[in-house]
Write a protein that binds this ligand. Structure first.
Ligand SMILES: Nc1ncnc2c1ncn2[C@@H]1O[C@H](COP(=O)(O)OP(=O)(O)OP(=O)(O)O)[C@@H](O)[C@H]1O
Ligand SMILES: [Mg+2]
Length: 294
């Protein structure tokens, strides 16, 4: 059973809003999975690490791919190895237990101490995937017919599920989760996040970089808006490149760190030309780290 006195209060390297901390604590108190959605790079995956750190628990990560099946999270019966051993090995192949390999859910259930289980990017799998896990996530138990064993959670894991909303999730699944949408950080929250990653950064450089970043995000029709993680990388590039805050007022160095699509570079160009008819001078360097002068 989860200890109801446990509270998530954020961690040193992760900035969590009060609303997000509340959602985590409510999900823990109600013993339900917490479904996290939000734009790429808004800290969905890192939240699970932060919860594990702050509660002193181990984190188990189940990375979902388009081919992942729910069964793999419970256990896999390695029939190929058993067949191989029956022909060439000296194992006792009658002991099927040795060919049962627990998946991440199985590991979380059998862990001695309560763990945080991250099911990352659940929307990558097919639509049946979440439905196939309903029973196990509700009841925290599953049966292995091959060994006639029932695996039941010793301690109910804290389950965090992330989704980029590539696909809608089934209603029956949503009904069983607590939902939280991580809003894109405003300037205040972003400054705190950046301070975690760049504690010694010159304030003026950070402010100027943030101004350029939010301006870029607000350019209409940008398909892939730069995310928090791209801003973090960009600041690193600016520091390594020895770029001064004043220079960012006139050009965007290392633009390729922020914008990753040709179409978006064109959109930016058109938008800036529209505004600054007098100086339509573009400079792309030959490296992948384009820059744009205005
Ligand atoms: N609130 C935050 N506090 C500290 N760092 C953050 C925060 N949000 C994002 N970051 C940083 O941004 C980067 C991206 O975070 P993360 O991978 O968790 O995002 P994500 O939402 O899972 O992205 P994706 O949808 O692409 O998987 C990480 O390097 C993380 O350190
Ligand atoms: Mg992620």
């Amino acid at each position: 059973m989860a200890k109801t006195s446990m509270r998530y209060k954020g961690s040193n390297d992760y900035i969590a809003s009060d609303e997000l901390m509340n959602s985590v604590n409510i999900a823990m108190a109600l013993q339900k999975p917490l479904l996290i959605k939000g734009e790429p790079g808004t800290g969905k995956t890192m939240l699970a690490q932060s919860i594990a750190d702050s509660l002193g628990m181990d984190l188990l990560i189940w990375n979902i791919k388009s081919t992942t099946k729910a069964q793999e999270g419970l256990y896999v019966y390695d029939t190929v190895q058993r067949l191989y051993d029956s022909q060439f090995g000296d194992h006792d192949v009658a002991n099927i237990n040795q060919y049962i390999k627990l998946g991440k859910l199985g590991e979380a259930f059998t862990a001695e101490k309560q763990v945080v289980l991250l099911i990352d990017e659940i929307d990558k799998a097919d639509l049946e995937f979440p439905n196939d896990l309903l029973w196990e996530l509700d009841q925290m138990t599953f049966y292995i017919p091959e060994t006639k064993e029932t695996v039941t959670a010793k301690q109910r894991p804290i389950v965090i599920i992330t989704s980029n909303a590539e696909k809608e999730l089934p209603d029956a699944f949503l009904r069983r989760c607590i939902f939280h949408y991580i809003a894109f950080p405003d300037a205040d929250a972003m400054e705190k996040i950046l301070r975690v990653h760049h504690p010694n950064l010159e304030k003026k450089l950070m402010e100027q970089a943030m101004e350029t970043f939010y301006t870029l995000r607000n350019v209409p029709h940008i398909q892939k808006k730069p995310s928090t993680s791209e801003l973090i990388d960009w600041l690193q590039a600016l520091v390594v490149g020895g770029i001064s805050p004043n220079r960012i007022k006139q050009e965007i160095p290392f633009l390729g760190v922020l914008l990753k699509k040709n179409e978006d570079l064109d959109t930016l160009l058109n938008s800036l030309h529209g505004k600054t008819q007098a100086k339509p001078q573009t400079v792309y360097t030959s490296t992948s780290l384009n820059r744009y002068r205005y």
